[in-house]
Design a binder for this molecule. Structure first.
Ligand SMILES: [Mn+2]
Length: 326
């Protein structure tokens, strides 16, 4: 067994020795996912390496500032992508399955570097750097780059600080610990502006999206005894660009400790995002239903009718919450 210092040095060696990297992360990319991938991309290209970021889903435009005016190195997966990669970096992803179709781009004998902070990480990589104490995957990437003496700059720190801010809700969530604050400070040293990044990540929504978010939030149902707030959107016919603003609004409901956002993605297919305050473990609940994440933020995919979803899954959540808050 290698210890953590050896793993960090070993990954540094691979990054310097090899070339032509595929960087990827879980489908439905969020800020930590995109920030970690962008930080790794900038670090590799700054030492002359070739790299590309591929995700099963499309880019989230609000993070465009991480790439400046250059061509976007973030590619949405398509069957037309024929190239297979031997050097793969998977960031912020608990299981190999969660990269989805990007699997198709990986050679059988590829070297897979797995860097993550999800407690349910299965150590699926050739090399695994998993630290569930980290509030964000971006912080693990950051310390890996610093420890391996990569030339750090504002581009890299902006990407990684964006990841950290995304997963901590702008340094407000329960996972905001001393380490998150210390890492933020170190990132500011490279020129990042925390107010500017928080503004870009949390404070910008188009008029159309704002109206839509508010319509969805206005349909929220509150279960007082269970402390659950639930709302729904038909993502198939009336898609939201991002889910986070809805979840933020639900999470801020004083009477609710648990927020659930249900999206219909196809016939009899649903995606659920769960958020909790304090001790209620939505990761534990989601795992029971084939999903996962963190204690206070997780997701589930559900197949079946909406009635079945409400009766079985939401029924189970209500019972679990009632027991917990009893
Ligand atoms: Mn994360």
């Amino acid at each position: 067994m290698m210890n953590k210092i050896q793993i960090v040095a070993g990954i540094g060696e691979i990054l310097r020795k090899e070339d032509d990297f595929l960087i990827t992360s879980h489908f439905a990319p969020d800020g930590d996912n995109i920030g970690s991938c962008a930080g790794m991309y900038h670090a590799l290209t700054s030492i002359g390496k070739k790299a590309v970021i591929v995700n099963e889903d499309g880019f989230v435009e609000r993070f465009r500032y991480l790439f400046g005016k250059a061509d976007l190195p973030f590619v949405k997966y398509s069957e037309k992508l024929k190239k297979k990669f031997g050097n793969v970096i998977i960031l912020d992803t608990a299981t190999f399955e969660r990269i989805g179709k990007v699997k198709e781009l990986i050679k059988k004998d590829a070297c897979i570097i797995n860097i993550d902070h999800h407690p349910a990480n299965t150590n699926f990589g050739t090399v695994n750097l998993v630290d569930e104490q980290a509030a964000s995957a971006a912080q693990i990437v950051f310390s890996l780059l610093e420890k391996n003496n990569f030339p750090m700059d504002k581009k890299i720190s902006n990407a990684l600080l964006s990841g950290l801010l995304s997963d901590t809700g702008g340094l407000r969530f329960a996972n905001t610990d001393k380490r998150a604050l210390k890492d933020s400070l170190r990132m500011l040293k490279y020129g990042s502006d925390i107010a500017e990044l928080n503004d870009r990540i949390f404070m910008r929504l188009s008029y159309d999206e704002t109206v839509k978010v508010n319509r969805i939030v206005s349909e929220t149902q509150l279960f007082r005894k269970e402390k659950i707030a639930i709302t729904y959107n038909d993502q198939q016919n009336d898609p939201l660009i991002e889910n986070e603003p809805v979840l933020m609004a639900l999470s801020s409901i004083e009477e609710a400790e648990i927020a659930v956002f249900i999206r219909k993605t196809d016939k009899d297919r649903y995606k659920l995002s769960l958020r909790s305050k304090g001790g209620f473990d939505v990761n534990k609940f989601s795992s029971k239903w084939g999903g996962g994440g963190h204690r206070n933020a997780s997701g589930i995919r559900f197949e079946g009718t909406y009635e079945k979803l409400l009766k079985d899954l939401i029924g189970d959540l209500k019972r679990t919450a009632l027991e917990y808050y009893a």
